[in-house]
Design a protein around this ligand. Structure first.
Ligand code: UDP
Ligand code: MG
Length: 369
């Protein structure tokens, strides 16, 4: 990860005063046409020196993307808090007046979509996207990032476990030039022991396997339009955004925050989904398990070569050549087990290749309001 512009205070929630946004002309492949529109603040020339003449000051349009799966319990409070924050940012001139909070309904089975519809019809600062069925958190997030047209996109979970109080700080890092700003938890005490241990074990495993990811960063992240456009060139179906985003490059920053408890309801990430995500992460970012198989095969080969020499030696030079059942039976079970395990690992990768070649859509949008 590039660390230019790594702002960061370890004081969670510290809200610093923010300068109006500035960016290079054409730096962010986005819609100046829209920003010049009626609802947006004017685009002003900046240029204190000749070299900066091509720079302009634009107040960015912010899109807060919130994936929701069966979140009717938390949505009213979440939308209230997010809209309140958006309002403050608009009043302070930090984000454009047509910024929005966009809820992505990931095929919920409760009243989540109806709730999103009613919230959106009551408030123009709220938008909604309904996926045709449940596609999982990562795909829902992607649907929001790719569909909603904004200069800056910020992803946050519906349960607001991530501290939205640091969003102004994230915007400030963006203003200083970071194209991606990672929200990183500096405290996991709100998570249960099991969740904490599995999550940390997972980050360690990922880095041991050589896959780059930001330690203790989930999907609370700010991305510029330019970064989102770059992300679009990664076409993989097996999505693990936390691993993909660092691969984009560009300058990035980290903002620390304290993770709190879920507002209400239960985790939508049961052990099954966590394991699936971990498996996706490992197999889409690392071929280390395949190399391990090769290493294991080599080791077994060396051992068997030793065994052959030993057997020949016993047969030719001693009179102890009693056929032993243990030395026959044990290798059969051992090698059988190792082989099945290796075939399993190979199958896992083959399955991934199969899915990638089919290149099925990652999500299908049913409604967009
Ligand atoms: N989520 C989703 N689709 C799913 C599962 C979860 O969109 O299939 C959303 C969920 O609504 C929430 C976010 O992903 O906004 C994170 O889920 P949760 O807070 O339950 O996970 P945890 O914080 O327990 O890891
Ligand atoms: Mg959560």
């Amino acid at each position: 990860m590039t660390s230019t512009g790594r702002s960061t205070s370890r004081n969670p929630g510290a809200i610093l005063p923010i300068e109006p946004q500035s960016r290079k002309k054409g730096g962010i492949a986005s819609d100046r046409r829209r920003l010049g529109g009626a609802t947006s603040p004017p685009v002003q020339a900046e240029g204190s020196s000749a070299g900066q003449l091509d720079q302009i000051k634009v107040i960015p349009r912010l899109g807060i993307v919130v994936p929701c799966f069966n979140e009717e319990e938390v949505l009213p409070e979440t939308s209230r808090r997010l809209v309140e924050l958006l309002e403050t940012l608009m009043v302070d001139g930090r984000v454009a007046n047509d910024s929005q909070v966009v809820f992505i309904d990931d095929g919920s089975r409760d009243g989540t979509w109806e709730l999103i519809e009613s919230l959106a019809s009551a408030d123009h600062r709220i938008g909604g996207i309904k996926l045709s069925r449940n596609r999982g958190h990562q795909n829902a997030l992607l649907a929001g990032l790719y569909t909603y047209d904004a200069d800056v996109l910020l992803s946050v979970d519906a349960d607001l476990q991530d501290d939205i109080g640091v969003i102004p700080e994230m915007l400030q890092a963006y203003a200083r030039g970071a194209q991606v700003v990672y929200g990183v938890r500096n405290d996991r005490s709100s998570d249960g022991l099991f969740k904490r241990a599995t999550a940390q074990g997972f980050y360690r495993l990922m880095s041991a396997l050589g896959a780059e990811s930001v330690y203790n960063h989930a999907d609370f992240r700010l991305m510029s339009r330019r970064a989102v456009d770059a992300l679009k060139s990664f076409r993989e179906v097996n999505l693990f955004l936390r691993g993909l985003v660092p691969l984009i490059g560009f300058s990035s920053a980290i903002v620390y925050y304290t993770r709190s408890e879920r507002l209400a309801g239960e985790s939508k990430y049961p052990l099954r989904k966590m394991l699936a995500l971990a498996l996706d992460a490992v197999t889409s970012f690392s071929v280390a398990p395949l190399r391990l198989i090769t290493a294991m095969g080599f080791l077994v080969f060396l051992l068997s070569a030793g065994m052959v020499l030993w057997t020949v030696w016993v047969k030719l030079f001693t009179d102890r050549a009693v056929p032993g059942w243990a030395s026959t039976l044990l290798p059969i079970y051992l090698l059988g087990g190792i082989q099945i395990l290796c075939i399993g690992v190979l199958g896992e990768y083959l399955g991934k290749v199969y899915q990638e070649t089919k290149a099925r859509p990652r999500y299908i949008i049913e409604k967009h309001i």
